[in-house]
Design a protein around this ligand. Structure first.
Ligand code: GSH
Length: 337
């Protein structure tokens, strides 16, 4: 019996993959919504608010994809996926886009059957400790117990960092951020480590957020971005150019508030972005108003950033690396032309 299970599982996986690869854009249009894999537990990135409305940078990115495809940012179904199941959910067609504080790495890109569409948030891994510990630097953490989530780049980075500095640590490994937070927050582990943005987000869920500090060392590169199933270049183009439209809109000064006024702009780049010149949207398989809809209905990159994670939110994250290249940051989108 066991001999047949493996081939059967392989056939089923293939069948699911084929069913999903008829063309994701067509599948999405037929079902009438984008199925979006998110965490659901990272305030500022993806979590339901007190009224059950999904909020966050990762969430708003998915709304932007829905606005590009349907002209309606609400045509999204948010599907919470764990760190462990996130790539399988894409491979099997359960979700059409994964927007879940996920780091773009070679192994994930090459061997997980997925493609990254770009970088939505440049990040790096950090450490959080209780102020009571009196620790000022990660170099003082030799022998510490550290909360880590499985299935993450976090696990590998922390091992690398401690080995490189001749230090040891006691891993306290969890499947969910909620469990890890409780253990850390109740003092049963010394340190919480994840992406710096994740630390800022999870700190807001602790019993006394002001009691915790994030240490200055950033030990890795964590370019977080949306991913799609490998092998559907039309859909990956749509997701990638939605991201580029958000960034280009900010660079061109086009906002949700002024986009209708901007329809009168004489700037050729603005005209192309808003679909007044050429058929660029149709080249993607969309309408030429795709980017107008994204900005009008969801906002440009800066608006989305400020609303969810910026200095005026509980996360209080400065733009830093996520500023436009024209402001000293890394955000540089290829031209819409
Ligand atoms: N960027 C890293 C880590 C991402 C990650 O999963 N971070 C945790 C800590 S903030 C998380 O999202 N937890 C929320 C959850 O378990 O749903 C990766 O892609 O592996």
């Amino acid at each position: 019996m066991k001999r047949f299970l493996v081939p059967l599982a392989a056939v089923l996986t293939l069948a699911l993959a084929c069913a999903a690869s008829a063309g994701t854009l067509d599948d999405v249009k037929n079902k009438g919504f984008v199925s979006a894999g998110v965490s659901g537990k990272v305030p500022g990135f993806s979590a339901p608010d007190q009224d059950g409305v999904w909020r966050g940078l990762d969430v708003d990115f998915c709304r932007a994809v829905a606005a590009a495809v349907f002209g309606d940012p609400d045509k999204v179904k948010f599907v919470p996926v764990t760190t462990k199941e996130r790539f399988t959910a894409l491979q099997t067609g359960e979700i059409d886009v994964l927007s879940r504080n996920t780091t773009w790495s070679l192994e994930r890109d090459a061997a997980q059957g997925i493609d990254f569409a770009g970088v939505l948030f440049y990040d790096g891994q950090g450490f959080m400790v209780s102020k009571k510990l009196g620790v000022k630097s990660a170099r003082e953490l030799d022998g510490a117990s550290i909360c880590i989530q499985i299935g993450t780049t976090t696990e590998m980075n922390v091992s690398d960092y401690f080995a490189a500095h001749g230090m040891t640590f006691k891993p306290v490994v969890f499947e969910s951020a909620d469990e890890a937070t409780v253990i850390y927050d109740t003092g049963r582990a010394d340190v919480y480590t994840t992406d710096a943005s994740g630390l800022a987000a999870r700190r807001t869920t602790m019993s006394n957020p002001d009691e915790h500090i994030i240490l200055p060392e950033i030990i890795s590169k964590e370019p977080l971005g949306p991913a799609v199933r490998q092998g559907d270049s039309q859909w990956s183009d749509i997701v990638r150019w939605t991201l580029f439209a958000l960034i280009n809109a900010e660079e061109l000064g086009v906002t949700s508030a002024n986009v209708d006024e901007m329809l009168k702009s004489e700037n050729p780049a603005v005209k192309r972005l808003l679909g007044l010149d050429g058929n660029l949207g149709e080249q993607l398989g969309l309408t030429n108003q795709w980017a107008y809809n994204v900005v009008k209905l969801v906002g440009n990159y800066g608006e989305i950033y400020d609303r969810n994670v910026g200095p005026a939110t509980p996360l209080k994250l400065e733009r830093g690396l996520n500023a436009l290249w024209t402001n000293g940051g890394l955000l540089y989108a290829p031209p819409v032309r």
